[in-house]
Write a protein of this length. Sequence first.
Length: 111
Amino acid sequence: MAIFRLLVRAGPEGNCVDEIKRRLKTPGSTLSHHLDTLTRSGLLNARRVSRFIYYAVNWREAANLIRFLTEDCCAEMHVKILSDVAPNRQASAGAPSPCCPQPTGRSVTRT
């Protein structure tokens, strides 16, 4: 996900592999694997400029994936969340939407 975020921020020109590696501090073989996977999935485009390879987001495919996730794949997610959360809540004015349950108090640590 960090690679994709970095390339989204880079815009349509993308970044060369060396820049991605430097900014994410990722070993070359790991980075190569993930870039290849994202490219084969259609989410990234690769282009060679002299001896450098630049990767950029394939915006059309990224938009198609987001559309699929929000309309097709997860379209009924709010109904499930509502049914799981609503019985355990008391209705009160100003309470968060049922699709956004209260935090559990556990912190999430990212590595």
